[in-house]
Design a protein around this ligand. Structure first.
Ligand SMILES: *[C@@H]1O[C@H](CO)[C@@H](O)[C@H](O)[C@H]1NC(C)=O
Ligand SMILES: *[C@@H]1O[C@H](CO)[C@@H](O)[C@H](O)[C@H]1NC(C)=O
Ligand SMILES: *[C@@H]1O[C@H](CO)[C@@H](O)[C@H](O)[C@H]1NC(C)=O
Ligand SMILES: *[C@@H]1O[C@H](CO)[C@@H](O)[C@H](O)[C@H]1NC(C)=O
Ligand SMILES: *[C@@H]1O[C@H](CO)[C@@H](O)[C@H](O)[C@H]1NC(C)=O
Ligand SMILES: *[C@@H]1O[C@H](CO)[C@@H](O)[C@H](O)[C@H]1NC(C)=O
Ligand SMILES: *[C@@H]1O[C@H](CO)[C@@H](O)[C@H](O)[C@H]1NC(C)=O
Ligand SMILES: *[C@@H]1O[C@H](CO)[C@@H](O)[C@H](O)[C@H]1NC(C)=O
Ligand SMILES: *[C@@H]1O[C@H](CO)[C@@H](O)[C@H](O)[C@H]1NC(C)=O
Ligand SMILES: *[C@@H]1O[C@H](CO)[C@@H](O)[C@H](O)[C@H]1NC(C)=O
Ligand SMILES: *[C@@H]1O[C@H](CO)[C@@H](O)[C@H](O)[C@H]1NC(C)=O
Length: 801
């Protein structure tokens, strides 16, 4: 007795000043049952609308397949290609299988492809047309390589956790901006006949605890606990746009959603995605994210990657034969897979064989399959240029004038190309090589450890050994060429007769005081698998201050894979310009030099808020981390109690002044706004949508209820592009003061004025009604503001509904 009392005393563990007893530690998943509503069965495909013919063909084909053949479609197999995943073919009926390959910014880990700007960079461009062009070229590259399913775009995480390791893969923390750009991306990639795998569904907002870990005690993946209103108004919003654009595939995520794994969460997959959004395609698990057999099949998962063996495979056949999974459900799964194949016309003879241009080993002899379209170059360059955001420019620092540049000094590790841009053999303990995962400039040992969930590792905030054109992990691009800032500066200096000094190593270089400009190029590293340790780093801040102490014209550039704070140097009188260069893809240096020298006018705008200090982000700066001793030590929890109040919605609600607000960015010219007009279009404005559910939701959610027009004038002396932004204040309590509901990027010549129109849809003005389970358009007065950023809105009006 005594010893057991002593034992239970010893089990009393201290936690944040509180005390928890061993018997309070939750040890069974039963504790969480009922946290997510059951939604069964999986909705049938609709043989109507744009998918009608493809669904009919798929049904017909599925009707000819045996149970084993259908089961085989639901799980990945290893292939002789370099594809990330492979759905096996069924030769008997002429189905060749499907090659699934990474990712959203270019085909990864292969040769003869382009490295495109990353999601965050595309977000910073705020340019729908450019986004569409990028997607078309990207789709073409994937198709040429025999890729059937491109594993992107990424719109989840949306960026709730500011230090999130994968935020850079997505476009923006704002659902409307992200939604607008994902619509163009899905449309563009699929126009080439390649299925997009829009990912990750849903609420995978942190990398910390993303995987179920079994080293030592079993710890489940983090549960994102999200209420119904928040998931609709924030996290699901861009997915609705992807489905509306016809995405053929969705990837479910690693995390749990209300404590039920996302890849077996019936409310998420059967309910929200295949029901409410009318999704016609198939759901693939993230690699290793399938956690159950019968349960995931019934909940709406269609394909398990990288393999169906174990949970499905022979066991799915057994489950169908013994009635645990109805054969109609297996038919539903198989039909969805084949319907998307027909829908994208991949059944046509001109579609390359799966994995055709994706050699498993680039160092072995292989055929050249060059996917690079020379016409892509303009889009690559424009994309790189338009994602740069100029946030400070004083003393006439920029643009630089060639004739005045007698001497430029360049500093910082992110200015030069990494020493290696080449495939390498795996070193001991490596699962991934550096080039394949975009870590040529970063610490590849760190990525290899942290990728699989080592929570003890202290990781680096920067990639110290070279420039960054993408982040790390499965979203990395395959660099087949890099124009680094230094290379492009050398070319410019050569033309101008400018002398150059440089130091890419020292944190406290000596500076020649006669330098006409000192360019300091740092970065902020982020990769899949682990969240960032910080929003700034001492080495780079020290470098910038050291240079600025000695150089009156210090221009700071960051290749930032997420938010990067600047308050440690922003007020230094010698820091004359700051550029967030994000992750520009291969044209990085060329674009930067063109901007610095004024051949291109900066037009990027921040797709997130830069705070003055970490604490301004509140509890969302860092991911939720649960370490023993904790009641939840086996079931880490992340409670999304802030609702929709992330980023600017949070800063507005808490009345916190940011350093640089969402939507902000400078130009070399000046734009003025005038003549706001708000007019109703006469469309019916009953409280709820009444239209049929099509891809994306009720059709009438996208009907335009009001048009807003404004005039934008370029009153400066340079041509330029302006990102005109519209924000709506929806009436009611607990609603953000304003939310982005329109953006438009006209090119305006010096001295000219253009008229811009924003169409406001029913959905743009609605709130999610939890009781009705519908979008509700309320009666009342809506504030309408138009201007240059979320905090610079010169035009203000109202709309009465
Ligand atoms: C998660 O739980 C919240 C709160 O009970 C509920 O509003 C929401 O609908 C649930 N979502 C899912 C996907 O189960
Ligand atoms: C299913 O796949 C397995 C493993 O790839 C293969 O051996 C088997 O022949 C396939 N079954 C049918 C019916 O095609
Ligand atoms: C079926 O499931 C059992 C139990 O999890 C596992 O041991 C077995 O390998 C699975 N069989 C197949 C064919 O995947
Ligand atoms: C049917 O088979 C599946 C897969 O082997 C198994 O998990 C399940 O328990 C079986 N159900 C019955 C009722 O035998
Ligand atoms: C950077 O390069 C140096 C010199 O080659 C090397 O010693 C160091 O390990 C590299 N750093 C990282 C993080 O890989
Ligand atoms: C790279 O990361 C590993 C693992 O954290 C660490 O041991 C090593 O010191 C790092 N290398 C450099 C050069 O920072
Ligand atoms: C992290 O450190 C703790 C305590 O030292 C240890 O129990 C745990 O196994 C470590 N985890 C990993 C993944 O190394
Ligand atoms: C600014 O740079 C000049 C060198 O051009 C230096 O003399 C001066 O001290 C610097 N100012 C500050 C505040 O460091
Ligand atoms: C800045 O944020 C850090 C980290 O949250 C906090 O420790 C510090 O007190 C904050 N400083 C100010 C001036 O608010
Ligand atoms: C999350 O919410 C649950 C249920 O309300 C609560 O028990 C838990 O303590 C919360 N976790 C954190 C980290 O706030
Ligand atoms: C609203 O604007 C769109 C173009 O953006 C236009 O097609 C439509 O006619 C306008 N409707 C009204 C009623 O002004």
């Amino acid at each position: 007795m005594l010893s057991s009392n002593l034992r239970s005393l010893l089990w009393l563990l201290s936690l944040n000043g509180a005390v928890i007893a061993q018997e309070d530690v939750i040890s069974s998943d039963d504790f969480f049952y009922g946290h997510s509503d059951p939604v069964y069965p999986t909705p049938e495909l609709t043989e109507a609308g744009p998918w009608a013919a493809a669904v009919a063909k798929a049904r017909n084909l599925v009707g000819q397949l045996s149970i084993e053949e259908k089961v085989n479609l639901t799980g990945g197999v290893t292939s002789s290609t370099g594809c990330s995943g492979f759905v096996p073919g069924i030769e008997r009926v002429g189905f060749p299988g499907l090659c699934l390959a990474d990712a959203g910014q270019g085909v990864r880990n292969t040769d003869y492809v382009h490295s495109w700007p990353s999601g965050i960079h595309v977000g910073a461009s705020w340019n729908k047309d450019l986004t569409r062009q990028r997607a078309e070229f990207l789709g073409h590259e994937a198709r040429t390589k025999g890729v059937n399913v491109l594993l992107g775009p990424c719109i989840g995480p949306i960026g709730r956790v500011v230090e999130g390791g994968r935020n850079w893969e997505g476009f923006s923390i704002d659902p409307y901006l992200s939604g607008g750009l994902v619509y163009e991306t899905v449309s563009g990639v699929q126009s080439a006949g390649v299925i997009t795998s829009t990912k990750h569904f849903i609420a995978q907002e942190q990398e910390t605890h993303r995987l179920q870990t079994s080293s030592g005690a079993l710890v489940e993946s983090v549960s994102s606990n999200v209420d119904d209103k928040t998931i609709h108004e924030l996290y699901l919003w861009p997915f609705a746009e992807a489905v509306r654009a016809g995405t053929g595939n969705i990837m479910c995520s690693f995390n749990r959603l209300n404590n039920s794994y996302a890849c077996q969460n019936s409310k998420g997959l059967n309910g929200l995605l295949k029901g409410e959004l009318g999704f016609q395609g198939w759901v693939v698990s993230d690699w290793g994210a399938q956690m159950s057999g019968v349960a995931s099949a019934l909940a709406g998962l269609d394909v398990a990657m990288p393999s169906g063996d174990g949970k499905w495979g022979g066991n799915l056949t057994l489950a169908v034969n013994n009635g645990s999974v109805p054969e109609s459900q297996l038919d539903n799964m198989a039909t969805r897979i084949l319907a998307s194949w027909f829908q994208m016309k991949q059944d046509q003879p001109d579609y390359p064989a799966p994995g055709f241009g994706m050699p498993a080993d680039l160092a072995a002899p292989h055929e050249v399959v060059d996917a690079r379209n020379p016409k892509a170059r303009v889009t690559l360059f424009d994309g790189a240029a338009e994602g740069h955001v100029l946030v400070k420019n004083v003393n006439g620092a920029l643009p630089l004038e060639s004739a005045k540049m007698k001497l430029i000094s360049m500093f910082g590790y992110s200015a030069k190309a990494p020493n290696r841009n080449n495939q390498e053999l795996k070193k001991d303990g490596e699962f991934f090589t550096a080039w394949s995962m975009g870590t040529s400039s970063a610490n590849n040992t760190e990525l290899n450890k942290a990728f699989f969930g080592d929570l003890n590792l202290s990781t680096s905030a920067i990639a110290p050994n070279g420039t960054l054109v993408s982040g790390g992990g499965s979203g990395a691009t395959a660099q087949n060429l890099i124009s680094a800032p230094y290379d492009a500066l050398v070319a410019q200096a050569y033309e101008d007769g400018t002398a150059l000094f440089w130091d890419f190593e020292s944190g406290s270089p000596l500076v020649n005081p006669t330098s006409d400009a000192c360019i300091v190029v740092g970065n902020a590293w982020a990769a899949e698998g682990y969240d960032r340790p910080a929003l700034r780093d001492d080495f780079t801040d020290g470098l910038i201050n050291n240079v600025a102490d000695q150089c009156a014209n210090t221009i700071v550039v960051f290749h930032n894979a997420g938010v990067r704070l600047v308050d440690t140097f922003v007020d230094h009188p010698n820091v004359t310009a700051i550029i967030f260069a994000h992750l520009p893809g291969q044209e990085s240096g060329k674009a930067l030099i063109s901007l610095l020298y004024g051949k291109t006018n900066p037009s990027g705008r921040l797709p997130y808020t830069v705070a003055r200090n970490e604490s301004d982000y509140g509890s969302l700066e860092k991911p939720d981390k649960t370490l023993a001793p904790d009641m939840y030590q086996a079931f880490p929890q992340s409670n999304f109690t802030e609702g929709v109040f992330i980023d600017y919605r949070h800063f507005d609600a808490q009345n916190i002044t940011p350093r640089y607000e969402f939507g902000f960015g400078l130009s070399y010219t000046t734009f003025q706004y005038s003549n706001l007009a708000v007019s109703k279009t006469g469309t019916a404005v009953g409280p709820y949508p009444t239209g049929p559910v099509v891809e994306g939701g009720h059709a009438d959610l996208w009907e335009i209820i009001a048009n807003v027009t404004a005039q934008v004038s370029n009153v400066g002396d340079r041509d330029g592009k302006e990102v005109a932004q519209l924000y709506v204040g929806i009436p009611g309590e607990g609603v953000p003061v304003k939310q982005l509901r329109g953006f438009n990027k006209p090119s305006i010549k010096a001295g000219e004025t253009v008229c811009i129109t924003f169409g406001l849809t029913r959905r743009d003005l609605s709130v999610w009604d939890v009781d009705a389970q519908k979008w509700l358009l309320q009666e009342g007065t809506y504030s309408i503001s138009v201007g240059r950023s979320s905090r610079d809105l010169p035009l203000i009006g109202t709309l009465d509904i």
